[in-house]
Design a protein around this ligand. Structure first.
Ligand SMILES: NC(=O)c1ccc[n+]([C@@H]2O[C@H](COP(=O)([O-])OP(=O)(O)OC[C@H]3O[C@@H](n4cnc5c(N)ncnc54)[C@H](OP(=O)(O)O)[C@@H]3O)[C@@H](O)[C@H]2O)c1
Length: 297
C-alpha cells in the first residue's frame, strides 16, 4: 500500500480525496484550522500550516509519503484579491516548500490546480493552452503549477473545472450554496452567460485515483462532459431536488461586479482524460443525479 499525504483533507474536495484514497492506500491527511470529525479509523490526521516551513518538513519527514496530493489552498477568489500577500504565501510559497521536501524524500507530487488559470477568451482549453489568469487566485495557482512541473517530470498537475456536490467531510460547493438558499425559500441569481464544465467531486476523486494508478505525469484536465451555464445547471439541480423554478433568477455575468475578475468561459477540453482514463467523466445531469441522490424527495 502506497503512503499518500493529502494536504487540505479538511477542504470540500479533500474530503472526497481522503474517502477515495483511504480504501487502497495508507493516508495521512492534513488540516489547518478545522479538524474533520471523520469516522475513518484508518486515516491519520495531522495539523499542518503551509505557511510554516518547519511544520511541512516535520510532517513530510516523519510520514515519508510515496505521493503528495497537494490540494490545500486559499481558494476564495475575492479573498485572494484583497489579501494578495497571504494568497501568495500559502498558494505559491507553501507549494514551493512542499515540493522541495518531496524532492528531498523522493515523493511524487500531484498538484490540484484550477480552470481559472485561463482567461476565458479561447475555450475549450486543452492541456497545451497557455495560462493567462485574470485574478490573483489564478496567478498563484499558475505559479504553483510551474513550480510543481519544473521540480520533476514525474509530477502531475490536475486542473479540475468547478466542482460540485454535497460535502462528505467539511467544506462546501456552489451547488450546496444553491441548495441551502432554496431551503430558506430564497431566490438564487444565476448567470446565464458564464460557462464552465462542472465536475462532481466524487467523479473527480475517482479519476484522480485512476491517474495515480496509471502513474500519469504532466498536465491533466478533469472537467465534466458538458459545457453549461450556472443557470442551466441550477435548473437541473432544482428539478432533482423538486425546487420550484421560480426560486431561480437569470442573471447576467457581464453586468456583475466582482472584486477578483472572472472569465466568461473556461470550459475544459477533456480529450486527454478520455483517452487515458477508463473512469467516465460525467455530464452535469448524471453527475447531479449521483451527487444528490440522497437529497431527492
Ligand atoms: N472548489 C472548486 O470548485 C475548485 C475548482 C477547481 C479547483 N479547485 C482546487 O481544489 C482544491 C480544493 O478546493 P476546495 O474548494 O475543496 O477548498 P476549500 O474547501 O476552500 O478548503 C481550503 C483548504 O485549504 C486549507 N488551508 C487554508 N489555509 C491553510 C494553511 N495556511 N495551511 C494549510 N492548509 C490551509 C484549509 O484547511 P482548514 O479548513 O483546516 O483551515 C482547507 O483544507 C484547491 O487547490 C482549489 O484551488 C477547487
Amino acid at each position: 500500500m502506497a503512503k499518500v499525504l493529502i494536504t487540505g483533507g479538511s477542504s470540500f474536495l479533500g474530503g472526497y480525496l481522503v474517502k477515495q484514497f483511504h480504501r487502497n492506500h495508507t493516508v495521512l491527511a492534513t488540516y489547518c484550522q478545522n479538524r474533520p470529525d471523520a469516522n475513518l479509523p484508518d486515516v491519520l490526521w495531522h495539523p499542518m500550516d503551509l505557511t510554516q516551513e518547519r511544520q511541512i518538513r516535520e510532517v513530510v519527514s516523519s510520514f515519508g509519503p510515496d505521493l503528495i496530493l497537494h490540494n490545500a489552498a486559499m481558494t476564495n477568489v475575492d479573498q485572494c484579491e484583497t489579501q494578495p500577500e497571504e494568497a501568495t504565501r500559502l498558494n505559491v510559497h507553501g507549494t514551493e516548500i512542499l515540493v522541495r521536501e518531496a524532492r528531498r524524500t523522493g515523493a511524487k507530487v500531484i498538484y490540484i490546480s484550477t480552470d481559472l488559470v485561463f482567461d476565458g477568451e479561447h475555450p475549450p482549453y486543452a492541456e497545451e493552452a497557455q495560462p493567462n489568469p485574470l485574478s490573483h487566485y489564478g496567478r498563484t495557482k499558475a505559479e504553483a503549477e510551474h513550480i510543481v512541473l519544473k521540480a520533476s517530470q514525474e509530477n502531475l498537475v490536475v486542473r479540475p473545472a468547478i466542482i460540485y456536490g454535497p460535502p462528505v467531510l467539511l467544506g462546501t460547493s456552489f451547488s450546496e450554496w444553491m441548495r441551502h438558499t432554496w431551503q430558506k425559500g430564497q431566490v438564487t441569481p444565476l448567470f446565464e452567460d458564464q460557462y464552465r464544465t462542472p465536475i462532481f467531486a466524487g467523479n473527480l476523486a475517482e479519476a484522480i485515483e485512476e491517474a495515480v494508478r496509471k502513474n500519469l505525469c504532466g498536465i491533466l484536465h478533469l472537467g465534466g462532459a458538458d459545457r453549461v451555464s450556472r443557470y442551466e445547471f441550477g435548473l437541473y439541480l432544482a428539478g432533482v431536488l423538486n425546487v420550484a423554478p421560480k426560486l431561480l433568477k437569470r442573471f447576467s455575468f457581464r453586468r456583475a461586479d466582482f472584486t477578483g475578475r472572472r472569465p466568461a468561459d473556461v470550459s475544459l477540453d477533456i480529450g486527454r482524460a478520455r483517452a487515458v482514463l477508463s473512469t467516465p467523466l460525467l455530464g452535469y445531469r448524471e453527475g447531479i443525479k449521483q451527487a444528490y441522490r440522497a437529497f431527492a424527495p
